[in-house]
Design a protein around this ligand. Structure first.
Ligand code: BGC
Length: 427
């Protein structure tokens, strides 16, 4: 299996997950709350902020020809309206280092983390978001625009709606459990309930002290339908700025896309889920140059809703079904409706067994190859992630990386999968 010379084979990271000490961000503040949902704080992460040249060199040595990374809004605008030139100089240096190693930099402008001040202003449910985001994007693009060919405005723009759906399902399950516990007279349930309420109140009080609001509307908080529209407005405003300042740049956003499969009777549910995850965004993204496709597994649905993973299925550390075939299915499905180019901006597996990672990559890439053979405009594949890193609320427990890191010394240990991926790349 070979790919054209200009096909991108690369890896992806996100600033907050790898850089370390992102102290002005909403995530940093939440990680350090007494009532935190995070297993551990991000701390120094894998010190990519200082070690990016080593990491880019490792990528190049293995043969990769592209790197997707994000610039951090909270570093660039740590206080509202105060922009840091030195942070842009840092990212410019990263871009130059990529170019020296013949690696195409693909930059994401927002990958989940936001400046803390933005949350105080109402966060991602506020109608002011598109204007704030566009102002930040202008500052970034004026400095970086001429150096870039591809810019992703927002990572997984649909994440908030997905989180809202999961939160809703969880709430229903909890309610059902509580009701049955009450009817069969389980007293502990009442006691736990009190504690739960007390915890919630204490957390709201703490959020008030830290952010000045009782509910934090971060980018990955459960999103309302109005908030979902705001995210699309922010994307469109950013796209307009990019086209004004750097018209040569290819612009798009990325979406988290499950391979949604309908079992007999589940067709209606599956269609509804796909509409929420993908098709309702079409009017907002139809003018984009590319779509970033991000897939990790599949979801099977029947008439009752989504089903648990099949009995005996191999599970990843994230408890997802090992299902690399999903990527090909998703690419085929999105290209029925989206007519621009496609970049696989994320696809990967959390596992301690690197041979399963290479198997995952091999199947996923063969699916990509099938799509290209059928004339679909797939322009690149970025494995998630270059490095073992900070997996948000799960901390450092998930190992997605092509490179392991001993975080006590920050020593890098490339895994065989790094070379395996690089070998697909013809320079
Ligand atoms: C996100 C990454 C995350 C990865 C693995 C994607 O949803 O963009 O930030 O680490 O999945 O869970």
């Amino acid at each position: 299996m070979t790919f054209a010379q200009d096909f991108f084979i690369g890896a992806a990271t996100a600033a907050h997950q790898v850089e370390g000490n992102n102290i002005h961000s909403d995530y940093w503040a939440q990680e350090h709350m007494t009532h935190t949902e995070f297993l551990e704080p991000s701390g120094d992460a894998v010190d990519h902020y200082n070690r990016y040249s080593e990491d880019i060199r490792l990528m190049a040595d293995a043969g990769l020809n592209a790197y997707r990374f994000s610039v951090e809004w909270a570093r660039i605008e740590p206080e509202e309206g105060r922009f840091e030139e030195k942070e842009l100089a840092h990212y410019l240096d990263m871009i130059h280092t990529c170019r020296e190693h013949h690696i195409e930099p693909v930059v994401t402008l927002l990958h989940f983390s936001s400046p803390k001040w933005l949350i105080t202003k109402g966060g991602w449910e506020s109608d002011e978001i598109p204007a704030y985001f566009a102002r930040y994007v202008r500052f970034v693009m004026e400095r970086l625009g001429k150096e870039l060919h591809y810019v992703c405005t927002i990572n997984e723009a649909n994440m908030g709606l997905q989180v809202a759906a999961i939160a809703e399902r969880y709430k229903k399950q909890m309610m059902a459990r509580m009701q049955s516990a009450q009817t069969d007279g389980t007293v502990q349930m009442g006691l736990n309930l009190e504690k739960m309420m007390a915890n919630q109140e204490a957390a709201a009080k703490e959020r008030m002290e830290i952010f000045g609001v009782p509910r934090t509307e971060g980018f990955t908080s459960p999103r309302t339908p109005h908030g979902d529209e705001i995210v699309m407005e922010a994307h469109k405003a950013a796209r307009a700025v990019i086209r004004e300042i750097a018209p040569h740049v290819q612009v798009g956003l990325s979406l988290s896309l499950h391979d949604i499969q309908a079992l007999p009777g589940g067709e209606e549910n599956a269609a509804k889920e796909w509409a929420e995850e993908f098709t309702h965004y079409l009017p907002a993204i139809a003018d984009d140059d590319f779509l970033g496709v991000q897939n990790y597994t599949r979801t099977r649905m029947d008439a009752s809703g989504s089903l648990p993973t099949p009995e005996g299925a191999e599970l990843t550390q994230m408890d997802y079904e090992f299902y690399p075939e999903g990527l090909e299915h998703v690419i085929r499905k999105v290209s029925e409706d989206f007519k621009g180019a496609l970049l696989v901006t994320e696809n990967g597996i959390a596992t301690a067994d690197d041979t399963r990672r290479t198997a995952f990559i091999e199947t996923a890439l063969s699916g990509v190859n099938n799509c290209i053979a059928d004339g679909l405009p797939v322009k690149g594949y970025f494995y998630w992630s270059l490095l073992d890193n900070f997996e948000w609320q799960k901390g450092y427990s998930m190992t997605f990386g092509l490179i392991a890191v001993d975080r006590t010394s920050q020593t890098r240990f490339p895994k065989p999968s790094l070379n395996f991926l690089g070998n697909y790349c013809k320079r």
